[in-house]
Write a protein of this length. Structure first.
Length: 460
């Protein structure tokens, strides 16, 4: 544009009017007017091209000005470190050293939480400024999540799996109401645990020679755990683990969840996958609702550096749970805003749902539901039979009491009369026996006295 203007400076610059004849003047003026009109058309054309270029840049995410990545706000990322920001070639210290360091660090945070005193702001917190404030203003409705879940097809699962799932969702709704980023951090903390448990059990079965037909599943589960791990790092970068209580409940829940998954796998791998399918489907609904409720705010926020690094990696692949399928790289637009990050996380969770669904044996899942329905029907029949039996017995007792009351009363009167007669007979017999005994005793005493007198007379 500058070159174009410079090249035509002589035309646009003012000149001293030449001393020419009227005819030459009219001819020269006409030529200048035509050139001026042509230049105006050229400028208008250039301005139109410039506007079209700006519009194309606005619609193409790859041409938008990139937002500066915000500082990392996570507590664990600043204390325990992260692999992508530091040299991670050396092994960690001993468990005793790490446990002591973490205990002293968390003890201080626990005391602050108990006293209600926030910790001193770090340089990253101060630098974040409006970014951290906007994150705290993001909204997520529990009722909207459940409404979204009711609209989609339900995941078929027996009650032995559905009840713990509903209990876990109830904990999420109550503990993290109004705190979506902390909720996501908790969700991702426990979400990566099942995949680690599955790979542990498959490796165990392979080692002891029980089962060696799931090596592909073990590789897929590792990739899923790696994916969930980066979801967790993203939520840490957004400050989801800043509260001591959230870290305490999240880490201990993950440990319990791990051992529960091991036991569930030992009982039935299909039911273990079924439970993970429920959790991942709920995660899809949660992230989808979060995106719809906060779209404008999320599009105005920059993505964390870990999200840009992870989702910008060219070797990330979406793999199906079958080694026979061709695994082509998934093409996505570059991550430019926080909305793009949560959109990619939602899509990841949806792929995990499909993976968990493919991992299940449909016959085992169907039998589990049939057995459970049979048990419920049997229990209902027993309860109904018991109720009918008790009601019948109570009814018979009522009828018997009503019909037999007069007979019982008559019998009672007759018995009382008979008892009175018997008592009179007994009294008379006792009196008669007493009189006879008294008379016999008197006669015996008289005979004894006569015998004594006779003996004394003979003795003299």
């Amino acid at each position: 544009m500058l070159a174009f203007v410079a090249a035509h400076t002589t035309i646009l610059a003012p000149r001293n009017p030449p001393r020419v004849s009227p005819v030459s003047h009219a001819r020269s003026r006409g030529e200048l007017v035509r050139k001026l009109q042509q230049e105006k058309e050229n400028v208008a054309h250039l301005e139109a091209e410039l506007r079209a270029l700006d519009a194309a840049a606005a619609s193409d995410a790859s041409l938008r000005p990139k937002k500066v990545a915000p500082p990392v706000l996570g507590y664990l990322s600043k204390t325990a470190g992260v692999y992508y920001a530091e040299d991670a070639t050396l092994p960690p210290p001993s468990a005793m050293t790490l446990a002591r360091t973490n205990f002293l660090r968390e003890l201080k945070e626990m005391g602050r939480a108990a006293l209600g005193r926030p910790g001193p702001p770090s340089a990253a917190d101060t630098e974040a400024g409006g970014f951290a404030t906007t994150l705290k203003e993001l909204q997520l409705s529990n009722d909207a999540i459940w409404a979204r879940e009711e609209l989609r097809p339900a995941v078929p699962a027996p009650l032995i799996i559905k009840v713990p799932y509903l209990a876990l969702c109830g904990v999420l709704d109550s503990l993290f109401d109004g705190r979506p980023i902390a909720r996501f951090w908790f969700l991702e903390t426990v979400a990566r645990v099942p995949y680690f448990g599955y790979t542990s059990m498959i490796t165990l079965y392979e080692t002891i020679g029980w089962w060696r037909r799931s090596a592909e599943a073990r590789r897929v589960h590792f990739e899923e755990e790696w994916n969930e791990f980066h979801h967790l790092l993203i939520m840490e970068a957004l400050g989801g683990d800043q509260a001591w209580f959230d870290r305490f409940i999240g880490q201990h829940s993950a440990l319990l969840y791990y051992f529960a998954m091991l036991v569930m796998w030992l009982i039935s791998p299909t039911l273990a996958y079924n439970f993970s399918e429920l959790i991942e489907a709920h995660a899809v609904d949660t992230y989808a609702e979060f995106l719809d409720a906060n779209e404008e705010a999320l599009r105005s926020l920059p993505p964390p550096s870990i999200a840009v690094a992870f989702y910008g990696s060219e070797d990330r692949r979406q793999r199906a749970h079958s080694s026979e399928e061709q695994h082509a790289p998934v093409q996505h637009a570059p991550v430019q805003t926080l909305y793009d990050v949560f959109e990619r996380i939602r899509d990841d969770e949806a792929s995990h749902v499909q993976s968990m669904k493919r991992s299940q044996d449909p016959d085992v899942r169907a039998r589990a539901r049939i057995v459970e329905l049979g048990a419920i029907a049997t229990a209902a029949a027993i309860i109904a039979t018991s109720a009918v039996t008790v009601e019948t017995v109570e009814t018979v007792e009522t009828v018997v009491e009503t019909v037999s009351a007069p007979i019982v009363q008559r019998v009672e009167r007759e018995v009382e009369q008979e008892l009175g007669v018997v008592e009179e007979k007994i009294e008379k017999a006792v009196e008669k026996e007493a009189q006879a005994l008294e008379q016999g005793l008197e006669e015996a005493l008289g005979e004894a006295a006569s015998a004594a007198e006779k003996w004394q007379a003979e003795a003299h």
